[in-house]
Design a protein around this ligand. Structure first.
Ligand code: G4P
Length: 533
């Protein structure tokens, strides 16, 4: 164990994100193989939520249960300790992914070279942009006939609204894929499809004009590569890590995850350029990881899948100082001292009790309902970490109690499930009506099932045809009051008591925005801090 500075410099905490099927699971698995964290391919596959049918809810819960163990995969690679945070690929769990992104220092974004930028990629990138998270792009499946690499880069810039800079370049693609030329190390890496071995065919070609290149890839491909690299040097700025670290520019790599190709170079570059744990903003001040006093925040809560035990695991990211087992820490929201007898870390596939943890690490805390997403633990100072946004849900339904004898249980259950982040709860003060908002239909099924099995409450959901939730604020109190009065039926409070307007349609929303220039309409709850890391 080293000093706090040494521990921090060693750590890289990141997530792999992608549209489903682009290759996130495969890439995760290859990283773990390189890190020696797993021995066989296929070990991570279980982690994937594969079933999409809502009727197969139990299967999804089972798979989510497995994913607790693999929520964080820590492994060592070349003197670094890498914390890879898993994100669910299933679109109905997109909110989980957004929150996990608040706990990482950088991301690797996987793109399928055939499909290009897909819907979910755009939304995930939006979250990264909000937080200026550094992004590395991996263009996967180069063994398939994909789109032209220049077109892909243009599409990335246009749809993801970020500058890109290739650090490797493919030589052909699909059937005739020859390999990549690393513009970073000036090396040629020849492709031979192999799912089990790492390609060792690396040839140093520092001058792209070298005729040796023709011998390796043939005259036509060599010429094409020379033209392409000339174009790249002309079009893209010289590689520089600073704009990457500011989240303004994304380096791009090409490869094939399933064939183990292009991955090790990316991992090697990643540990060189990716940021170590960064300072983080709270409502009071910026907290530096090197501070001696411990601090951390909860970014994810996972319920135990055993319905007889209502305990949950709260995942905490350490932000500063040293976390220690059996030591009292201060829960700043409820103003209580808490200590943890069995905090867990997740090294490789094993969950084990940990005695201490450092900035960048993720610790699993057993919880019986004291934590909400976004809660902060410190050594005594009263602050709350920022940057845990709620996004506007897409589906809204009213919760209707089906068993009047169990209304207490229903209230408690829906409160706890929404604290876990399963869905967002909005309360209409008038009549205490509860509107539940989610990003996918699946959550309603999850909630109904869990309310019944864990809390003994029966409920039903009635669709509400809302379009979006908007957090509204204004400097002009009287205008805000007027709006709230007129829109009374569509005004609700979120979990923190903020005013939220549930807009019935895009048309009506646009109209209100035009009618009330004194009011600001936000589509995430973190509007006050959206620009802050
Ligand atoms: P995800 O987690 O992003 O959803 O994607 P995942 O890694 O599961 O990959 C989706 C599919 O794409 C898998 O095929 C996987 O084998 C395939 N794949 C990943 N990388 C590459 C690549 O470089 N080239 C090609 N051609 N395919 C790739 P599957 O048929 O769904 O699963 P499996 O039965 O092959 O495991």
């Amino acid at each position: 164990m080293g000093t706090i500075q040494e521990e921090i410099q060693k750590r890289r905490t990141f997530a792999i994100i992608s549209h489903p099927d682009a290759g996130k699971t495969t890439l995760t698995e290859k990283f773990l193989l390189f890190g020696g964290a797993i021995q066989t391919a296929g070990a991570v596959k279980n982690n994937k939520i594969t079933k999409t049918a809502a009727s197969d809810f139990m299967e999804i819960e089972r798979q989510r249960g497995i994913s607790v163990a693999t929520s964080v995969m820590a492994f060592h690679y070349k003197n670094r300790l890498i914390n890879l945070l898993d994100t669910p690929g299933h679109k109905d769990f997109a909110e989980d992914t957004y929150r996990t992104l608040t706990a990482v220092d950088s991301v690797i974004l996987v793109i399928d070279c055939v499909k290009g930028v897909e819907a979910q990629t755009e939304r995930l990138m939006e979250v990264c942009r909000m937080r200026n998270t550094p992004v590395i792009v991996f263009i996967n499946k180069m063994d398939l006939e994909g789109q032209d690499p220049f077109d892909l880069l243009d599409e990335l810039e246009e749809k993801l609204k970020i500058q890109v800079r290739p650090l490797s370049w493919p030589i052909s693609g699909g059937q005739s894929f020859k390999g990549v030329y690393s513009l970073y190390d000036k090396e040629l890496r020849l492709f031979n499809p192999d799912k089990t071995k790492i390609s060792k065919n690396i040839i140093s070609i520092s001058d792209i004009g070298d005729p040796e290149l023709n011998e390796w890839v043939g005259d036509d491909h060599a010429e094409q590569l020379r033209t392409d690299t000339e174009l790249i040097e002309g079009v893209y700025d010289e590689w520089n890590a600073a704009p990457y670290l500011e989240g303004k520019m994304a380096p791009v790599f090409f490869g094939s995850a399933v064939n183990n190709f292009g991955i090790q170079e990316m991992l090697d570059t990643f540990i060189e350029i990716a940021p170590d744990p960064r300072p983080r903003q709270t409502d009071l001040r910026e907290v530096n990881p090197t501070e001696n006093a411990f601090s951390g925040f909860i970014f994810k809560i996972h319920a135990n899948i055993d319905p007889r035990h209502r305990d949950r695991i709260a995942f905490m990211r350490v932000c500063s100082g040293k976390f220690q087992r059996n030591t009292f820490f201060h829960h700043t929201r409820i103003q209580k001292k808490l200590k943890f007898a069995n905090p867990a870390t997740f090294l490789a596939q094993d969950k084990s009790v940990v005695d201490e943890a450092w900035p960048g690490d993720v610790v699993g805390l057993y919880d019986t309902g004291t934590f909400k997403i976004g809660d902060t633990l410190t050594e005594g100072e009263n602050f709350t970490f920022r940057g845990i946004p709620s996004f506007s849900p897409e589906i809204f339904k009213e919760l209707v109690n089906k068993d009047p004898m169990k209304s207490k249980q229903l209230d408690k259950g829906i409160q706890q499930l929404t604290d876990e982040g399963v869905a967002q709860l909005f309360i209409r003060e008038l009549g205490n009506r509860k509107i539940v908002g989610t990003v996918g239909e699946l959550q309603f099924e999850v909630i109904q099932y869990r309310l019944e099995h864990e809390y003994g409450a029966k409920c039903e959901f009635q669709s509400k045809p809302y379009y979006k939730a908007c957090w509204i604020v204004s400097k002009d109190e009287s205008k805000l009051d007027e709006f709230k009065r007129i829109k009374g039926a569509d005004m609700v409070k979120d979990k923190d008591g903020n005013d939220v307007f549930l807009a019935p349609s895009k048309f009506l929303l646009d109209m209100e925005i035009a009618n009330y220039p004194e009011l600001t309409f936000h589509f995430t709850s973190e509007f006050k801090t959206a620009q802050i890391q």
